[in-house]
Design a protein around this ligand. Structure first.
Ligand code: IPE
Ligand code: IPE
Ligand code: MG
Length: 264
């Protein structure tokens, strides 16, 4: 175990990040990376700071990781920013979290535009506060024509809610005679989800040591590769993302079948 740790450190120290990035680019990259950004509160607690200080620090990680993912050549980065269950938190914390998109986009939108990033959002946008909606809509409008990295925020997002909405839309279509029962398929359901214009994630990362999905992309993650790390989101950096990408590139994705040469 210790040897393994030492070897891992040596590897990170001896190969500069730039070189690791170039090496990774020679191989198949995960086209879509989804991240459950967790551990902001614990990061703050460890420093005897209020939880919101952790969220503020976490926002800096979002900038860093977006920039780096774009540089590496990732096509879609989905970030879980607020779940449909996060309304259960204290009012003050929720209010702070609802102000973060404004602050983030207020300072960072020009850079996103310059980097050709397209901002998207999935989740129940209608029930967000007016000021949050305004900030998100502005970012989506101003980056709509960009064709670089898609930065997809999951904001007021819950996967079960998403599936229920999709099913009731399909049921309505059946009732109105626009869709027949035979036409209900995986593809049809996928096309009614909030990710209908996106490929399924290739790699899912969750920070902070929690090993659960917390109602995130339950349908879309069916064949995604998972990477869990103890690192808290505010401490997550380019090197951590590179570790996850390199590990992903060693995986053998079988999708229930066999790879060439595995059969006998
Ligand atoms: C993730 O950090 C951010 C959100 C869920 C909004 P947390 O706030 O969940 O941090 P912990 O899990 O309490 O450390
Ligand atoms: C998941 O984290 C939601 C986001 C990262 C936005 P939580 O911290 O809310 O998840 P649980 O409560 O630990 O499952
Ligand atoms: Mg948490």
């Amino acid at each position: 175990m210790l040897n393994k740790l030492i070897r891992k450190n040596e590897k990170s120290i001896s190969i500069p990040l730039k070189k690791r990035k170039e090496n990774a680019q020679q191989e198949q990259l995960p086209g879509h990376i989804a991240i459950i950004m967790d551990g902001n509160g614990r990061w703050a607690n460890k420093r005897a700071l209020p939880r919101i200080a952790g969220h503020h620090e976490g926002m800096k990680t979002v900038k860093k990781i977006t920039r780096f993912a774009n540089e590496v050549g990732i096509k879609v980065l989905t970030l879980y920013a607020f779940s449909t269950e996060n309304w259960k938190r204290p009012k003050m914390e929720v209010e702070f979290l609802m102000r973060l998109p404004e602050e983030f986009l207020g300072t960072y939108l020009p850079e996103l535009i310059e980097q050709n990033v397209q901002v998207q959002m999935m989740g129940n946008i209608e029930s967000l506060p007016e000021h949050t909606k305004r900030a998100v809509r502005k970012a989506m409008d101003q980056t709509a024509a960009n064709d670089g990295l898609i930065l997809n925020f999951a904001l007021n997002y819950g996967s079960r809610d998403e599936i229920v909405q999709a099913v009731s839309k399909i049921a309505l279509d059946v009732q109105e005679g626009n869709v027949t029962l035979e036409e209900i398929s995986e593809e049809l359901l996928s096309n009614h989800l909030m990710t209908k214009n996106l490929s399924d994630p290739d790699l899912l990362i969750r920070t902070s040591g929690e090993v659960r999905l917390s109602n995130f992309m339950l349908w879309q993650l069916a064949y995604t590769e998972f990477w869990f790390t103890d690192t808290l989101w505010p401490d997550f950096d380019e090197t951590c993302l590179m570790d996850a990408i390199e590990n992903y590139q060693k995986r053998n994705r079988r999708y229930g079948g066999l790879k060439e040469g595995e059969g006998n």
